[in-house]
Write a protein of this length. Structure first.
Length: 190
């Protein structure tokens, strides 16, 4: 696979989910998708100002943390996401301009965030990416963690393994392709 630089998208608080049927070593779900590990309620409500970026997540940790309901702070973790200019299906890997999926995505996003307090926890793949929506993660949403080696966050440790898995997803019952590759980072608890 041709190397390319990941693009920082932003920060997003997600509900801590520590159970997934059939996965015994799960610490918590680190999926980009909100199908199982949800974002805070009313985050995208039209009743309040939208302070997220063009990737529908937040440029700063502070903006993301404001979205967590005060009484439920211990039920959420803060994640940071990077993606690649790649699209993957059973036919292989294609370079794309992620800006076509997320219009003007690089116009507002901080390209060099401080991730000092974050740890890389793995690679995820989602089957859709557009403004205000990240599709299903076949590893967690479709239970394909049973078919591939995943870590305790239901993510893959190696980029090559993630790409190879994405090329097989369609054949084993995942959501329809194409799939998009993400690096997932989680904020360390002090």
């Amino acid at each position: 696979m041709k190397a390319c630089e990941p693009i920082f998208l932003g920060f997003l608080p997600k509900k801590i989910i520590t159970e997934l049927k059939g996965m015994d070593n799960l610490k918590l779900i680190g999926s980009v998708s909100s199908c199982i590990a949800n974002s805070p309620p009313d985050m995208y409500s039209s009743d309040k100002p939208w302070n997220y970026n063009k990737a529908a997540i937040f440029d700063t940790e502070q903006d993301a943390e404001v979205e967590i309901p005060q009484k439920e702070r211990d039920k959420y973790r803060l994640f940071a996401y990077k993606t690649y200019n790649l699209e993957i299906d059973k036919n292989g890997v294609r370079e794309i301009d992620i800006g076509e999926k997320l219009p003007k995505v690089t116009d507002k996003i901080n390209p060099n965030p401080d991730l000092t307090d974050f740890v890389f926890i793995g690679y995820d793949l989602v089957q859709e990416i557009n403004v205000l929506h990240y599709g299903c993660s076949p590893l967690s949403c479709n239970g394909l963690f049973r078919n591939f080696e995943v870590n305790e966050y239901c993510l893959m440790d190696e980029i090559e393994s993630a790409v190879n898995a994405a090329m097989k997803f369609e054949e084993i019952g995942a959501e329809p392709p194409p799939y998009y590759l993400f690096e997932v980072y989680m904020k360390c608890i002090p």
